[in-house]
Design a protein around this ligand. Structure first.
Ligand code: GDP
Ligand code: MN
Length: 380
């Protein structure tokens, strides 16, 4: 989940990272009010989930209240990289002596955080990595011991800071690392980290939180859900609430698979044989009979679904569990909608036996299953 600059800066402040005084606005009048109260020149920044706003005209300056209002009016509603500017962030303009880059991300190969720092801030770090890779300092953080202040001091020294500036920069590094670690950030980045006469301040802020960790950050999870509200259908929202991966389409065949790849292949195969999917549901790995029952019920309840095709490849997911779930779902709903099952792998024989007893057909291949599902949907 990508946070906008002003949202990221709120988290930065919580972690004690110095940021310029600022305010998110949606109306030009608010820009005038902000600069009047501040009494100093300001920066006006487009709030969009993309980098490189500066080059695209998304970062502007204003010295007077009128300039601020006019510039804000000019920016709001404009497009950058195909996105419409709906929010602006106004903040005090800094007297930047030097622009530094500081970021924390995950080094998957080393299974640890890595801190990246460079004296070449303000430009895209990818460009620095390409052209002058020697100017990027990389520090791998030991996941057991974490980051110690002497590590942070070393990073600051390698950037050329001494004395008070060295300690100030090291403090910045420690705080950004705590934020990255505690917020489960895939990436957090300050570019530029502005060096001023007497210290440092985060002129920009990026924070990308791992979606799989949102259960630990309820306020962000709620935010993501409400932002999806407009995009998801009612049933898709309901599925999310039940922890099911479900997408609605506009045909009449319900599709259930395990794993994104197999589910997509099943969808394609049904289409290849002239069918149209009403939805698809990915069981994920190792689904229990209860979870399978819940999933099958969910798909059966879609009034547009005329037939259901369940395609399960038994690895951790077991054939007998799949069969039990399907039979239970049908019984409980009293559904007579045709269900076609193709299963292979773990406990396949047991699964097929259970289904046969319940009068549900099982097939050997995905192609046969898809063909039959299409035929049954047409027939009913
Ligand atoms: P980005 O282009 O989307 O990464 O937006 P940034 O917030 O990083 O701003 C881009 C550039 O604008 C920075 O690298 C700075 O050179 C400049 N800039 C941003 N804020 C200030 C400021 O307060 N004072 C000054 N002098 N320059 C700024
Ligand atoms: Mn930036």
């Amino acid at each position: 989940m990508k946070l906008l600059e002003y949202e990221a800066k709120d988290y930065f402040r919580k972690y004690g990272i110095p940021t310029p005084e600022g305010c998110m606005i949606t109306d030009p009048v608010q820009a005038r009010m902000f600069i009047e109260k501040l009494g100093k020149p300001i920066v006006i920044k487009a709030q969009l989930p993309v980098g490189g706003r500066g080059k695209a005209g998304g970062i502007q300056f204003a010295d007077t209240p009128n300039e601020a209002k006019n510039m804000a009016a000019h920016m709001l509603g404009k497009q950058i990289k195909g996105l419409t500017i709906e929010k602006l962030y106004v903040e005090e303009k800094l007297d930047i002596v030097n622009e530094i880059y500081l970021g924390v991300t995950i080094d998957r190969r080393n299974k640890s955080h890595v801190i990246l720092a460079s004296s070449e801030g303000g430009v895209e770090i990818e460009v620095v990595a390409e052209e002058t890779p020697e100017k990027i300092i990389r520090h791998l953080v030991d996941p057991v011991n974490g980051l110690r202040s002497f590590h942070a001091n070393l990073i600051a020294k390698r950037l050329g800071f001494k004395g008070r500036k060295m300690r100030q920069f090291a403090d910045f590094v420690m705080k950004l690392y705590s934020l990255a670690d505690e917020m489960d950030a895939e990436l957090t980045e300050i570019n530029p980290l502005a060096e001023l006469e007497d210290g440092f301040i985060a002129a920009d802020a990026r924070l990308l939180v791992d979606n799989n960790a949102l259960f630990r950050h309820k306020e962000l999870e709620d935010k993501l859900l409400s932002s999806l509200q407009g995009e998801l259908t009612e049933r898709e929202m309901e599925a999310r609430a039940q922890d099911l991966t479900y997408v609605e389409l506009d045909g009449d065949i319900g599709i259930i698979g395990n794993g994104a790849g197999l589910t997509m292949a099943t969808l394609d195969t049904v289409m290849l044989y002239g069918g149209k999917a009403a939805n698809f549901l990915d069981l994920g790995g190792g689904a229990t009979p209860e979870r399978i029952e819940k999933a099958v019920k969910f798909v059966l309840r879609d009034t547009r679904t005329k037939a259901v095709f369940v395609n399960v490849l038994g690895g951790i997911t077991r054939g007998d569990h799949t069969a039990q779930g399907i039979v239970a779902a049908r019984q409980e709903l009293g559904s007579v909608k045709p269900i076609v099952v193709r299963m292979a792998g773990t406990k396949e024989k047991e699964g097929r036996r259970i289904l046969k007893k319940a009068g549900i057909e099982t097939l050997d291949s995905m192609e046969e299953g898809a063909k039959l599902a299409v035929k049954l949907a047409e027939g009913s």
